[in-house]
Design a protein around this ligand. Sequence first.
Ligand SMILES: Nc1nc2c(ncn2[C@@H]2O[C@H](COP(=O)(O)OP(=O)(O)OP(=O)(O)O)[C@@H](O)[C@H]2O)c(=O)[nH]1
Ligand SMILES: [Mg+2]
Length: 242
Amino acid sequence: MTKNSSMDSEDVAADGDSLHTLFTEEDRLLQNFRKKELLFKILIIGDYGVGKTSIIKRYADGTFSPSYKITIGADFAIKILNWDDNTRINVQLWDIAGHERFGYLTGVYYRYAVAAAIVFDLTRPETFKSVEKWLLDLRKKVNLPGGHPVPVVVLANKGDITIATLPEEIVNFCEKYNILAWFITSAKDDVHIDEAMITLINAAIEHHESLQFPAVVDNDIVKLNNDDTQFYQSNGKLCCQR
Ligand SMILES: Nc1nc2c(ncn2[C@@H]2O[C@H](COP(=O)(O)OP(=O)(O)OP(=O)(O)O)[C@@H](O)[C@H]2O)c(=O)[nH]1
Ligand SMILES: [Mg+2]
């Protein structure tokens, strides 16, 4: 009897624990259900082989592969960010093939984009010359609602190998074309990838609040925490923000 009683009390305790777990889980699910969901389509463009797919893989999966597998047409990856207690952001990263033979497809893929990263390869200076071509093509084919240009960052990738192109050229380019920011990145060593993406997401949020993008799932305006941009001053690495 005593033994049974003690077993009962253990069972009750176990039930209490699972009830508690159940409520906590229910709270979590309810909280998730109540969250605002935003969907941002971000384009990653630039010449072939500059590292667009690698940057996306690094950001979305945290992985890097040294082998080169050409992207055919376009691909995309999704990263879900729990931005703050009330907001979840689905970041849709569109990986647009850099090879010229897929150029005619870009108009379709650019549709509804809210931000873009133009990538070049620091070891191949000619890919920096193409950044202008990619930018003008982008601005011709897509705008934010109200005709505002899509916010753009320029990524000087493969910074782990070399810095062949003078940052001054990049700075002049960014000023001329009103580029939001530029970064020397490395998909291999995971340098400045998160920072570049957060810059674009912050810009998208800012425009979303003032313009209401069509891609937004929930139309309520939310106040978001933009503090993540502060790292630029503190980490001392090469990058700039306007
Ligand atoms: N060292 C180094 N290699 C990189 C870096 N990023 C990409 N690579 C390599 O560069 C090659 C091309 O990278 P991809 O990401 O496939 O290039 P892409 O821009 O997607 O090329 P397309 O799909 O043809 O447009 C691969 O061998 C990658 O491993 C980097 O930051 N550092
Ligand atoms: Mg690719």
